[in-house]
Design a protein around this ligand. Sequence first.
Ligand code: ATP
Ligand code: MG
Length: 328
Amino acid sequence: MSPPLVEASAISRSYAMRSGMFGRSTAVHAVDGVSLAIAKGETLGLVGESGSGKSTTGRIVLGLEPPDRGEVRFQGKPMAAPGTTAWRAQRARMQMIFQDPLGALDRRLPVGTQIREPLDIHGVGTPAEREERVRELLRAVELTPAHGTRYPGALSGGQRQRIVLARALATKPDFLVCDEPVSALDVSIQAQVVNLLADLQAQLSLTLLFISHDLRVVRQISNVVAVMYLGRIVEIGSADDLFARPEHPYTQALVSASPAPGRRSAGRIVLSGDPPNPAARPQGCAFHPRCPRAVARCASEVPILAAVGGNRQVACHLVMGAATRDAA
Ligand SMILES: Nc1ncnc2c1ncn2[C@@H]1O[C@H](COP(=O)(O)OP(=O)(O)OP(=O)(O)O)[C@@H](O)[C@H]1O
Ligand SMILES: [Mg+2]
C-alpha cells in the first residue's frame, strides 16, 4: 500500500483559558493524542459536536499552527517550521475551505480577479494563460466565465462557495481541508456543492480532510470517518461500515439522530447530561457522564483507541477488543 499523503501522529494542543479577570488559568485540551492518516485521493470525514477539536485538528494538519506534542507528515516528510521556505513549499500543496464564503472573499473585487490572485502571487504562466486558467476554473466549478466579472455580493451563497473552491484549486493543490464547507448554505444546495467537490476530487485525485458536524454530508463524501469527543478520536473506520454498525455509544447516538436517506431511524438515542465542556473534561472516559451504558470503570480509566476487527478502532471499555490506558 502506498504511504498516506497526510499523517498525524499523536498530535495534542492545549490552550490556556482564564476564568474571570483574576481567575486561575486552566488548560483546555482542544486536541489530545489524535492520530490519523489519509491515503492519496481519499476523504477522511471528521465529525463531533461543537468544541470537540475538529477545527484545531484541521489547522494543525495544515501546518497553520504547531502541535504541542506529536508530528504531522505530508508526502512522507515532517511539516516544516511555520514561515520557512520549506514550509511555504509544503503549504502551496494544501488549501483550506471554510464555512463562510463571504468572509473568505473580498467584497470590493470581481471574483475572477480573486481566483487569479494565487496565480499572480506565484507568477504562474503569462497573464493570458492566467486568464484562460480562471475561465477553466470557473467552468470546473460549474459556473460560466461571465460569473468572473461579478462581485461577491451579486452571487448566491452556493455560487460564492464555488468561487472559493475555484480559487483553492487554482494552484493545483494535492490536499484540501474543508471545515464545515456547506454548513452556511441552504440545505437544498448543500448536496450540490458536496457532489461537485466529490467530482473534482475524483478528476484531480485530491485528498480531503472533510470536517462537519452533519453526518449526512460526511456520509456523502467520506471513505473513512473519525468521530471526535472532547479532543480525542473515539471511533474511526470505513464510512459505510461505521454508519451501518457504529460501535461506540457516542457514535451510536450520533448515527441514531441522523438516519441514512430513505431509512427510518431504529429509535433515536437521546443523550442525557450536559453537553461536553472542553474546560472541564471528565476523568476516565470523557463521554461517561452521558453514556447510557457506562460502568464504574468508565469514570476512572481512559479507554484507548484499539482495533476491534476490520479496520475499525474504538475507544470504549464496553466494546470487545478495546483496551485501557493509565488514567490521565
Ligand atoms: N485559539 C484558541 N484559543 C483558545 N481556545 C481555543 C482556540 N482554538 C480552539 N480553542 C478551544 O479548543 C476547543 C476545540 O475547538 P475547535 O474549534 O477545534 O472545535 P470544533 O470541533 O471545530 O468546534 P465547532 O464545531 O464549534 O467548530 C474549544 O473549547 C475551543 O474553545
Ligand atoms: Mg470548528
